[in-house]
Design a protein around this ligand. Structure first.
Ligand code: GLC
Length: 566
């Protein structure tokens, strides 16, 4: 395999923060920038190298900040620019880099560009967005929005439709307009000048729209599923490459693209070579494993599907480009509830197992706040508890519209809705889990007395300490970062297994996805154990949700040396 070029972001672990739900310091029930600054010591203790902040810009909050109304201003609920600058400098002082979330596909309808754009057809901002005439008195095509309903909104005043892939308050920018491209590059430079270290580019797969043909309508749906028609087209790559040249020329600035629907082939187009548009992609294949086109189908988790997705990304990208590793983010249910086992007996063990799997793969691991505690789905039972615009729209369309029994909609959200990941960070067993002295904007998960950072900091065996060890190992063992990936036991129904090799150093990673002991021939108690979620082991077997990493060669010496230096 080709020698991998060294970069800080390949060796890093990146921690994602959803600022609304992280830490409130002013009692308004919404997290803020000073809350993040307050918790930097925790993040430093955990050992992460960088944080990615979900959007903190001025926004009417239709989609919790992904609807930006001013790219150069901080949302007042989150604080001031001075608070941001302090956060940035204190993070840097602790050796933690800061990535911003840049929303490129759309703005808020309250952004001055859109306000001007919709004022009349002649103004210079009209072409900043995508406007179309009606076709036979109807929408220009059958596209549905990702948040349900049509993707086109009628504008009475100017007699045209505008496109919004997300909510109607999030009109899509027209990337074919060079003025739009230039504006966004300037926004990026504005934040780079402040000293940020990189960006997660939101929803970039749909920037370059090439065709406005109708999309396939799945059974039971009202509108066309646009993803295959608009995602990851060559034009998107061209726009992103141009943006890179215009704004991201410093090789130390890392660019991570959220590229829904991307295949490994297209990821290589984005991320390979010197001229690459992105340094790594956030791909979706593994997080949608087990889901079907029928949104009401039971989303059962099945190991072969998850493994097939993760394996494909590991093997297809190595030797070509880098990859972003994640199981959790603000758009997904909690991984321990989706892929692990959140029953009290197995919650912590399976959270550690999933973490081992992810952190031992080739790529840069992302931790989403609370994942390191093994936080679980909130499983809200009432619609009133949900805040997610997608959930509220879906409720209106399907349950209130009489298309689906309300219980089915509630069940779907309990299992899969992204609000499961957006409940407040569980800091302690105190009021509101230590998140806020006010009333939290979204309910706290009921299990915070059992699952919280304060308790886990005191317990050497906690999930939190386990994550800490995984991060320290990454920093100490080059094989974890740069080693070649090789799948093992490809057809095993219970165990996900693989090897990593770098020179003479070799790791064997074994993860049992079952709540019972299973047979596993590579499990060899004679070999050195680099990390495991059990203290004792059985040769040839793995205990319920056991994750064990066996090491041979010079891995462990590097490990003990660096661990001692810490
Ligand atoms: C991305 C974000 C998601 C948001 C959407 C629209 O997928 O992660 O939270 O709703 O883009 O901006």
């Amino acid at each position: 395999m080709r020698q991998e070029e060294r970069r800080w972001w390949k060796e890093a672990v990146i921690y994602q923060i959803y600022p609304r739900s992280f830490q409130d310091t002013d009692g308004d029930g919404v997290g803020d920038l000073n809350g993040i600054t307050k918790r930097l010591a925790y993040l430093q203790y955990l050992g992460v190298d960088a944080i990615w902040l979900c959007p903190i810009y001025a926004s009417p909050n239709d989609d919790n900040g992904y609807d930006v109304s001013d790219y150069r201003a901080i949302l007042p609920q989150f604080g001031t620019m001075a608070d941001f600058e302090r956060l940035l400098s204190e993070a840097h002082a602790r050796g933690i880099r800061v990535l911003m979330d840049l929303v490129l596909n759309h703005t808020s309808d309250e952004h001055p560009w859109f306000v001007a754009s919709r004022a009349n057809r002649e103004n210079p901002y009209r072409d900043y967005y995508i406007w179309r005439d009606p076709v036979e008195g109807k929408t220009p095509n059958n596209w549905g929005s990702c948040f349900t309903g049509p993707a086109w909104e009628w504008d009475e005043a100017t007699g045209q439709y505008y496109l919004h892939i997300y909510s109607r308050k999030m009109p899509d920018l027209n990337w074919e307009n060079p003025a739009v491209r230039q504006e966004i590059a300037e926004v990026a430079r504005f934040w780079l000048d402040k000293g940020v270290d990189g960006f997660r580019l939101d929803s970039v797969n749909t920037l370059g729209k090439e065709s406005y043909r109708d999309a396939e309508v799945f059974p039971g749906e009202l509108y066309g599923w646009i993803w295959p028609v608009v995602s990851n087209l060559p034009r998107t790559n061209e726009h992103l490459r141009a943006l890179r040249q215009a704004a991201f020329t410093d090789p130390d600035v890392v660019i991570v693209g959220e590229t829904g629907g991307v295949s490994t082939k297209l990821a290589r187009r984005y991320c390979e070579g010197e001229e690459r548009a992105l340094d790594m992609c956030l791909s979706f294949d593994h997080v949608v494993a087990g889901l079907s086109d029928d949104r009401w189908a039971d989303p059962r988790f099945c190991l072969p599907e998850l493994r097939a997705a993760l394996d494909r990304w590991q093997t297809d990208l190595q030797g070509h480009c880098w990859h972003a590793l994640y199981l959790s983010n603000h758009d997904r249910p909690r991984p321990v509830s989706r892929f692990g086992d959140d029953r009290p007996l197995f919650r912590e063990r399976s959270a550690k197992m999933l973490a081992t799997l992810l952190h031992m793969m080739r790529g840069t691991p992302f931790i989403y706040q609370g994942e390191e505690l093994g936080m679980t789905n909130a499983y809200f039972e009432r619609m009133e508890d949900y805040r997610d615009i997608g959930a509220l729209n879906e409720w209106k369309q399907y349950a209130l519209g009489g298309l689906v029994p309300p219980q089915d909609v509630l069940l779907r959200h309990a299992r899969l809705n992204r609000d499961n990941a957006r409940t407040p960070m569980q800091w302690s067993d105190g009021p509101n889990a230590g998140f806020s002295e006010g009333t939290p904007w979204i309910r706290v998960n009921g299990n915070y007395r059992a699952v919280n950072a304060e308790a886990q900091l005191k317990d050497e065996n906690s999930a939190l300490h386990y994550f800490r060890r995984l991060i320290a190992l990454r920093h100490a063992c080059p094989v974890i970062v740069y080693g070649e990936y090789r799948p093992l036991l490809a057809d095993d129904p219970n165990v996900y297994a693989f090897e990593r090799r770098l020179g003479e150093a070799m790791l064997t990673v074994l993860c049992n996805f079952r709540d019972r002991t299973v047979l596993c021939s590579p499990m060899d108690t004679e070999r050195e154990i680099l990390i495991s979620n059990y203290d004792t082991h059985l040769s040839g077997q793995l205990r319920p949700y056991e994750a064990t990493v066996l090491a041979s060669g010079p891995v462990s010496s590097a490990h003990s040396k660096c661990m001692n230096e810490k």
